[in-house]
Design a protein around this ligand. Structure first.
Ligand SMILES: Cc1cc2nc3c(=O)[nH]c(=O)nc-3n(C[C@H](O)[C@H](O)[C@H](O)COP(=O)(O)OP(=O)(O)OC[C@H]3O[C@@H](n4cnc5c(N)ncnc54)[C@H](O)[C@@H]3O)c2cc1C
Length: 682
């Protein structure tokens, strides 16, 4: 354990932050805890994450014995995990947690206070097992969700209701980003509407319903900060659980009346005179036109399926479906099924389809790297869920722990090229260790099948395509060992009315599943967007594909803010949802800045757009995913990535934080994302 010099000098500034975090939280002591037996408490504490308990109990008690504990780091999936090394230390943490819970139970208290705020940094450092620099502390404090609206809007003054009423925001899309925007816009009292082409919220999770779909980032990190208490039954939830979560959010925050479903935005045009976006949409029954002073595009980039162009596909007599368009009534029992595509969806669905169908064939051009993660598909034991409900602030500290696990330090360690590391198969020592781990797993599961081992071993290094998390016991490899499951690596020649021809042989089929991914590089597509003077995104992006200024803005497109825009697919640390939250906060602060100052528009200058993108390109050069051998959606036709975000999240957090605030003294790579800096206001 390193010293905590930084945090022992903690002042109020660290825990309230530039924008004033409200961390003075209280947690309820509910009937379930008050009526719990000693045995229940002990058992649930035993199932809880001891690293989380360590920091949490320290925060609530200040017990210094918890500081002196040895923590070690082990590989976990495609990341790393800290754990308490010795049984004695584990016992110590658990005993103290048990004592605390018994005390709360017996005290008759109905709620418990978070304890001294100035202690929080050190409590977090005990969970992080590292000192956290002062400059980062606010970002990490946000991660606890102790202030559920930490990534919401902070007004600088007190705008009148009339000032707010005069400004209308149109949000397009109701996945994670759109729902996040809705919560914060409502909390801020800014009029808004959310337009969604589907009939419900959820985004990719609404659309992708193929058998076996689930998240492969930890579910405790895949929640909004304002909704951490949602009871998720798995460590890695099935897709439908994410839809249920977003439904729960819109009910909790009473947002339903703001959503217009079954309505697809087709056109947007900036009108200079009124300084508004004129928007046309196709509704279920009639066209819709509306205007917005600002538009938040929350349309994702994985919401438009890419259909493979395979000769003869339209002649097939059976069923053809894309994984993102799964028919609710598709019964696979007794069917001969083909899966085309071996990215995340194809590998995720194979083991499940193989159990449902009579025969399954996986058509593979190239294999993907898979990371075995114990417990990936298992529901969580009741004891864990009890702890999440009843251990005060557990979900908050658990969220922080997950964020640290995927934080920039550990994340970038596995993403960066080491220029001095010479190996044709790996780009750094960590990359090689990942490769070795994956290979050992493949060799173990497929032992005795050298042909399969050969075919399932990717030729390019890990992290050059989307990493795929798998369950150690039930996965793509175990599926391929089944008698009723085949792997075909010959190129598909054509589809016939009855099957697929590959390697000169026809494979008879009833169902073809296209697991062929999305038009990931076609940002904002197929909307027809005209900015100032008729400029279009396609023109701006003609040189080398979609780009944005800090993932959010484009020159020529005032008051248009993107979430999950170009180069924001999270490679710089934390989870995707974190960056989406930061981007929505940026957009909100821009809107608030306009409302408060009376400006009608804000826009990034073209010079700043390119200055930021030069920095982005420099950062991309360090990334393993920029390997010239990459052929996935990580690389566009110009040889760069339009989707992945290589920049350390701590820098993005700073840049996206307070655009309408005072200019910041510190500029990073010359990026000045504030009004009057890189952002021109009129
Ligand atoms: C199969 C799959 C698995 C994934 N797994 C993970 C994972 O494990 N972890 C992770 O972090 N990320 C994962 N992702 C990435 C995922 O896209 C993001 O995590 C996140 O869901 C993005 O949310 P979003 O709201 O920004 O976009 P989306 O979820 O894509 O939502 C966009 C919404 O906009 C709507 N829309 C689009 N165009 C229009 C229009 N013109 N008019 C009206 N509405 C429109 C769409 O219908 C959709 O509802 C996965 C993606 C897919 C496809």
């Amino acid at each position: 354990m390193r010293t905590f010099e930084d945090s022992t000098r903690v002042s109020e500034r660290h825990v309230t932050g530039r924008n004033g975090l409200n961390l003075a939280a209280k947690a309820r002591v509910g009937d379930e805890l008050r009526q719990a037996s000693d045995a229940t408490i002990e058992e649930c504490v035993r199932h809880a994450d001891a690293v989380v308990l360590r920091g949490l109990v320290y925060q609530l008690t200040g017990d210094e014995k918890l500081a002196d504990i040895h923590v070690e780091q082990v590989a976990f999936g495609y990341s790393f995990q800290d754990r308490i090394a010795s049984e004695d230390d584990l016992r110590l943490v658990r005993d103290k947690a048990t004592a605390l819970l018994r005390h709360l139970r017996d005290s008759g208290a109905t709620e418990v206070d978070i304890g001294p705020l100035e202690r929080l940094p050190r409590s977090l450092e005990l969970i992080a097992n590292a000192a956290i620099p002062q400059s980062e502390m606010e970002m990490w404090l946000e991660e606890t969700g102790l202030d559920p609206l930490a990534r919401g809007l902070r007004w600088k003054g007190q705008p009148t209701p009339a000032q707010k009423e005069a400004f209308q925001v149109v949000v397009i899309g109701s996945g994670i980003s759109g729902v996040n925007a809705a919560v914060h816009l409502k909390a801020a009292g800014i009029p808004f509407v959310v337009i969604e082409k589907n009939s419900g919220v959820g985004g990719v999770w609404f659309e992708n319903r193929y058998p076996g779909i689930r998240v492969d980032s930890p579910s405790r990190g895949y929640l909004h900060l304002f909704g951490l208490e949602y009871p998720q039954p798995y460590s890695f939830c099935p897709g439908a659980e994410n839809v249920r979560y977003l439904e729960w959010v819109i009910d909790k925050y009473d947002l339903r009346s703001h959503f217009i479903f079954d309505t697809e935005v087709s056109d947007m045009r900036w009108d200079e005179d009124s300084a508004t976006w004129q928007i046309a949409a196709r509704g279920k029954d009639a066209p819709l036109t509306l205007h917005g002073n600002a538009v938040f595009t929350c349309v994702g980039f994985l919401s438009r399926p890419r259909k493979a162009q395979i000769a003869g596909l339209d002649t097939f007599r059976g069923t053809v479906t894309h994984t993102a368009e799964w028919p609710a009534d598709l019964d696979l029992s007794g069917k001969r099924v083909a899966i085309i595509g071996t990215g995340a969806s194809g590998y995720q669905t194979l083991p499940v389809i193989a159990k449902l169908a009579a025969h399954t064939t996986l058509f593979q051009r190239q294999p993907s790297w898979c990371y075995a993660t114990p417990g990936y598909i298992d529901p969580l034991p009741d004891e864990v869920l009890w702890g999440e409900r009843n251990i005060p602030f557990y979900v908050n500290f658990s969220r922080f722990r997950t964020a640290r696990m995927y934080g920039p330090e550990s994340s970038l360690r596995s993403q960066h090229v080491d220029p001095d590391f010479k190996d044709p198969h790996a780009r750094s020592a960590v990359n090689k260790a990942m490769r070795d781990g994956c290979l050992a797993f493949i060799n173990e599961v497929l032992a005795g099948h050298p042909d399969l081992i050969e075919k399932m071993t990717p030729k390019i290094p890990p992290m050059t395509s989307r990493p795929i998390r798998i369950d150690p016991k039930d996965n793509v490899y175990t599926a391929l060992l089944r008698d009723d499951c085949d792997l075909v690596t010959d190129a598909i020649e054509r589809v016939t009315p009855d099957g697929i021809v590959a390697g000169g042989k026809e494979i008879p089929l009833d169902v073809i599943v296209l697991a062929t991914g999305f038009r990931a590089n076609d940002f904002l597509w197929p909307m027809n967007i005209e900015g100032r003077d008729g400029v279009r995104p396609e023109t701006l992006w003609a040189k080398d594909g979609p780009r944005a200024y800090i993932g959010s803005m484009m020159p020529g497109f005032p008051n248009l803010f993107m979430a999950y825009g170009p180069n924001t697919n999270g490679f710089g640390g934390l989870q995707i949802i974190d960056l989406l939250e930061m981007e929505i906060r940026f957009a909100m602060q821009c809107v608030a800045g306009m409302i408060e100052t009376g400006h009608r528009s804000v826009e990034v200058s073209e010079e700043a757009y390119w200055r930021f993108n030069d920095e982005l390109d420099r950062a991309e050069k360090k990334m393993i995913y920029a390997d010239p051998r990459v052929t996935s959606y990580y690389r566009n036709e110009h040889g760069r990535s339009s989707v992945n975000g290589p920049i350390d999240i701590r820098r993005m957090w700073r840049w996206l934080r307070d655009p309408a605030g005072p200019p910041q003294a510190e500029t990073d790579a010359g990026i000045r994302p504030w009004f009057g800096g890189d952002l021109e206001v009129a």
